[in-house]
Design a protein around this ligand. Sequence first.
Ligand code: NAD
Length: 304
Amino acid sequence: MSATILSGKEFAEAIKREVAAEIAALSFKPCLAVVRVGEDPASAVYVGSKVRTAEELGIISEHRHMPAETTQAELMRVVNELNSRDDVDGILVQLPLPPQIDEREVLEAIDPEKDVDGFHPVNVGKLWQGQRSLVPCTPAGVIEILKRSGIGIAGMNAVVIGRSNIVGKPMAALLIKESATVTICHSKTSDLAAVASQADILVAAIGRAGFVRAEHIKPGATVIDVGINNVTSEDLARELFGEDEIDKRLNTIAKRGFTLVGDVCPKDAKAKAGAFTPVPGGVGLLTVAMLMKNTIEAAKARRG
Ligand code: NAD
């Protein structure tokens, strides 16, 4: 039997509708400031989509694009200015930052009440203590997918592959909060397949195209694919995609030079999992929706 595809589109649209309705009921318009430094092409796409979505939902957005040679002091000045402004509810500094910038100093300078990415140590600490906080958008989106799909989390064995501060660690904290039994795996885990294949809920946040194969998947498991990778090789595409999808993917490679693939082999997930998120069209769509949700949470908390 083929696994259910957990499409992120419907969930992201529902969250955005809910946020828009909440904004319409407020006596003010929340404001999100997005700071981008340099010319990273992926960052430009992500920031564009964040600013566009904010505007669609009635959030005022302020896009600060600073040159690649921006100094630490210049960036800190912008963060401090946005911190001190009463009309700004959320501040997001798009990562990665150029090499001359100390990323940690910048993220720690953001007012925790405006930290809509949830990366400030105060918000990280609150998350691990199970307190209300601003939560990183991608793992928060994964929880929304699970809940809105009616997939039970409490008491389940959850395995998270990846231990980054952006995805893996907050993902584990959120799954613990939802009462799953959680294991975090990483590049030094021995016999990863033996651990992963015990998971009722398997979350892959690795950054390696199609890494998770049949031997990592427990039959009937829910597989959440956070990875976003460009695949340029037709041979790898043939390995990862089944007959139903391969022609489309090969066409995309021919046209654009690459196709987007997650950390999970879609052919294997389809054959062995109970449900899985596609790439594109899965977790990624939820990330932007959750950023909007965080912006309105921050605005409500700040302005009462
Ligand atoms: P990262 O590079 O910071 O972390 C990757 C993690 O994978 C590390 O903790 C590492 O230990 C682990 N890892 C690497 N090789 C491994 C191996 N062979 N076996 C087991 N573990 C291994 O990456 P990240 O920022 O956490 O992002 C992970 C992926 O998710 C990337 O593809 C990224 O593009 C994607 N991502 C997607 C979204 C979204 O909105 N969908 C958001 C953030 C990141």
